[in-house]
Each structure stands twice: as C-alpha cells, then as structure tokens.
Ligand binder design. Structure first.
Ligand code: NAI
Ligand code: MG
Length: 499
C-alpha cells in the first residue's frame, strides 16, 4: 500500500515510537482497527499501557533536558521544515492510510487535511525564533525581565476524526516552543499517526523528542494523564473524557487545553443569499466527506420563518446527489462512520429523533438498508444524511452532540429569538450567520456564545487563526500564535542593582 506502511492486504501492524525505537507494546498485545467502509479488520495497533507510557515519558523528559530545550530556535525550525517537506512528499500515502482507517473520503483528506498539515509545520517553524519576553520597569534598585520557557513534556491526545491535522496543530506548536511530546492517537484510527512517526525520525528529530504510544484511552491515555513528568495536556475529543482527564490529572496539577464537542447553530436569515446559504448549511453538517464527524458541525440549522419551506426544499434536493460508498473513490461524496460504537451511537439518535416527535425530511436509513445484498459496503458503518424538521431546541437531538450526518432544523421569527436559541446550549464551539445585512452581521458576532463565528461561510479553519470553544466546548486554543503560549510558562527574573 505504501512505502511507509507494510501492508500485504491482510493486516498492517504499525509500531509505537519510543525513544527513537519503533516497537510493539511491551505486553505484546494488539488492538484491532477496522476499515469502517466494510467493517473488516485491516490493521492492528499496539495496545500500549502504563509501561509503554512510562518509557515514552522518560525518553521525552531526557530529550527535553538533554538538548531539545536548549537547541537554537532556528535549528528546531529547520527540523520542522524537514518534517513539512516529508509530509508533503508522502501526502498521498498518509491520506490513503487515514481514509482506510477512519473512512473520511480520500478526496477531502488529501486535498484539505494533508496540505494543512505541512503548512502548519512551516507555520510553526516560522514561529520558533519569535518567542520573546518583556522588560518591566520596577526600579529603582531592581531590574526585571520575563523569560518564556517551554513547559517540558507535553501529552498530545488526539481523536479519530482528523488525526493528522489535529496532531499537527498541537505538536507543531509544542515543538516550536521547545517542548518534547508523547502523542496518544485514538485506538480506532491510529495508523496514520503511527506511520507518520517515521517521518519525524527521517526529518532528524533527536530520539525522544517525538514519541507515539497507541493504546486505549482508559489504559495508555489515563497513564499519560496521571504521569507526574507530563507538564501539560492538550486534548481534542469528548466533553465527558475531558472531565475524566481533569479528575485524573488533579493530583499532579497540569495545565489542560481542551477542544471538545459542539452543537453549533447555523442561522439563516430571510435576507441571506439563499443559494450560498443552502450550500453552506448542507456542507456544514449533513453532506460532509467525514459524515458529519466534526466538532464544528453546524448540527442545529436555524431558519427564519419566511424562507423555512424554501430552504428545506433546496437542501432536500441536494440530498439526492450524495453518493455513499468506497471512500477512496472519487465518485463518493460521503464516507462511513469511523467505527462500530460511534455507528451505534449515531443510529440511536435517528431512533430518538423520531421518538421525540421530530419529522424526517430525508434520510434515516443506515447499514445494510443502504446497499444491495452482496455489496462489501453493506457491512460498513454508513449512515444516510438525515434531516429532522420541526425540531425544538429542548429535544435531545438538539442538545446532545451526535457526531454523524444528522441535523435538526429549528424555525425562528426574530433576530432576538435566533440568538436566544443559538446560545441555549451547553456547548459553544462555532456559529454560522447567513445574512446580507452588514449591520446584522456585526450585531450577531458579539452576541453569540461561540469560539468561532462565520458570516456567510462555514468551517473556515486556518493554522494562523486561534481555534477553540467556550462553555462545555472547552478552553485553550489550537492554532495561531496565541496557542504557542500554552506550551510556555513565564519566568520572571529580578536583578538587584543596589542603587
Ligand atoms: P474520546 O474523547 O473518549 O476519545 C478521544 C481521545 O481520548 C482518544 O485518543 C481516546 O483514546 C482518548 N481517551 C479516552 N479516554 C481517555 C482517558 N480516560 N484518559 C486519557 N485519554 C482518553 O471520544 P470517543 O469516545 O472516541 O468519541 C465519543 C464522542 O466524543 C463522539 O461521539 C463525539 O461526540 C466526541 N468527539 C469529539 C471530537 C472533537 O473533534 N471535538 C473528536 C472525537 C470525538
Ligand atoms: Mg479504523
């Protein structure tokens, strides 16, 4: 399948990377990883546990104190640039591996995520030598200056929906800051990160600077969170797991950065460009290459009454063009749900929406209902794009993150009401506003409780722009220079002048 990952069509077995050595888990145990488009096991990944985590953290600590912390910034930058070049060179292979493992269509992963990954490494290379302190006038008699220092060993805990791009945002910043890292990919889709570890080796990072330990969240993840030599945790995933991490890390008081779930509102006003809104609203939630498995999914669609029926008819027409099937094929526009447990979760919400009294506009089928008997995809984890209408914001389908190609449409009358509905959520990750009224756009931006607001657009993400949420969508930011501060701490130095 690729130069980087040996795969004879039976079972790929990528290894952990600890202290510069590729190795299986200390216990010799493996975890199955499925190809979610067929439900068959295509790879096994190391079932790392406490012993593996401990070895990786020790290596990262040695590398930090041994040399990395004091490596000149431009040398760290040069290594990040080498990594960027290698990721660009191997972008096809890495995208293929990621698609095989999590089901998001190849076209989207290759054209969207991979270029972002290598651009991010370039971006962070450029940031490495721009870390500066301040001088503070505290005299007479004393001189004070601040020294930003890397925090040390960082735990980077990554989910399965977009492993490489989420990794690059966090790891790029950590390495630029002068930290070393232990990466814990999600056990359901770890292969792209385990494979990419080879590129950090080839780029020339010293042993121990980047370590990758795959294992379950409850075992490897928790061991990492509790480890006393880990100085910072950066995590993307569910709000429940973030709570668990907060509790587990309490004894060792680590700074945490959480990028969590969402139930983002995509608000269409009657004065909007309806064609642009139709595309924006559909591709924000139900018609995505990753089957809606994105934290920023605009899964609550708020439509102003006068255009309610017209917008629904437009979105419905679009549903007929969605093609489910082989995520590698260019004719496929939407892949499966990434693994069995998530598939069952999404299906349970299809059932729940009906029970709660929301009406299905289109969709609602899944699994073998979608393919002819004998098709390899009938045993895959496919869910049809599904739209519920006449939903109320107090229904569970409007309150809980589904993380699938499922959205609920809620009608509203006034701007006031739209803001109230949008903000009536435990989450606050993103919000879309569709309007041709510039004043309204400016009124809406400060009023919605969200980490990102898009006006006449959706899902715009860029490595130079801080990304994260408010409320139960988390705290701390990925991307942008602001996120660099999360990997630094400030020392204040006092020089006594004796005057
Ligand atoms: P999760 O939050 O449990 O998994 C994310 C990562 O955390 C994985 O690497 C996992 O192994 C690790 N992890 C799990 N338990 C841990 C623990 N106790 N200590 C340390 N690390 C731990 O999410 P899961 O169960 O895979 O998905 C459940 C739901 O989470 C989804 O249905 C979706 O709603 C949400 N989610 C949100 C994501 C986002 O982009 N914000 C990404 C993935 C999931
Ligand atoms: Mg998989």
């Amino acid at each position: 399948m690729s130069e980087l990952l040996e795969w004879n069509g039976e079972l790929a077995r990528p290894l952990n990377l600890i202290d510069g050595v590729f190795q299986p888990a200390d216990s010799g145990q493996w975890l199955d990883s499925t190809d979610p488009s067929t439900g068959s096991v295509w790879a096994q990944v190391p079932a790392g546990e406490e012993a593996d985590v401990d070895a990786a953290v020790s290596a990262a600590k040695r590398a930090f104190h041994g040399s990395w912390r004091d490596t000149p910034a431009l040398q760290r930058a040069a290594l990040l640039r080498s990594a960027a070049a290698l990721f660009e060179e191997h972008a096809d292979e890495l995208a293929r591996i990621e698609t095989r493992d999590n089901g998001r269509i190849y076209a989207e992963t290759r054209a969207g995520d991979l270029p972002a990954v290598y651009q991010m490494f370039h971006y962070w290379a450029g940031a490495a030598d721009k870390i500066q302190g301040e001088t503070v006038r505290v005299g007479p008699g004393s001189f004070n200056f601040t020294l930003p220092e890397p925090v040390g060993v960082v735990a980077v805990i990554v989910p399965w929906n977009a492993p490489l791009s989420i990794l690059a945002a966090k790891l790029g910043a950590a390495l630029a800051a002068g930290c070393t890292a232990v990466v814990k990919p999600a056990e359901q889709a770890a292969c792209s990160i385990l494979t990419a570890a080879k590129l950090f080796e080839r780029a020339g990072f010293p042993a121990g600077v980047v370590n990758v330990v795959c294992g379950t969240g409850a075992s490897a993840g928790d061991a990492l969170v509790q480890h006393r030599d880990v100085q910072k945790i950066t995590f993307t995933g569910s709000t429940d797991t973030a709570r668990r991490i907060t509790e587990s890390s309490a004894q060792t008081l680590k700074p945490l950065a959480f990028e969590l779930g969402g139930k983002s509102a995509n608000i269409v006003f009657a004065d909007a460009d309806l064609e642009a809104a139709e595309i924006g609203v559909s591709t924000a939630s139900i018609f995505t290459g990753g089957a809606g498995q994105t934290c920023v999914a605009g899964s609550r669609i708020l439509i102003q009454r006068p255009i309610y029926d017209e917008m629904l008819a437009r979105i419905e027409k679009r549903a007929a063009t969605v093609a489910l099937g082989d995520p590698m094929a260019s004719s496929t526009s939407m892949g499966p749900i990434a693994f069995d447990r998530q598939f069952e979760k999404v299906r349970s919400y299809l059932e729940l929406g009906r029970e709660e009294g929301a009406e299905i506009v289109f969709g609602g089928r899944s699994g073998e209902e979608l393919f002819e008997r004998g098709s390899p995809y009938a045993s895959g984890y496919f869910v049809e794009p599904t739209l519920f209408r006449e939903a109320r914001n107090d229904m569970r389908i409007c309150r809980e993150e589904i993380f699938g190609p499922v959205a609920a449409v809620i009608p509203f009358e006034s701007e006031e009401e739209a803001v109230a509905i949008a903000n009536d959520s435990e989450y606050g990750l993103a919000c879309g506003v569709w309007t041709s009224d510039l004043k309204r756009a400016h009124r809406m931006v400060p009023r919605v409780e969200a980490g990102a607001v898009w006006v006449n657009a959706y899902r715009r993400i860029h490595w130079a722009v801080p990304f994260g949420g408010v409320k139960n969508s988390g705290y701390g930011r990925d991307s942008g220079l602001e996120s660099l501060r999360g990997y630094l701490r400030t020392k204040s130095a006092w020089i006594e002048l004796g005057e």
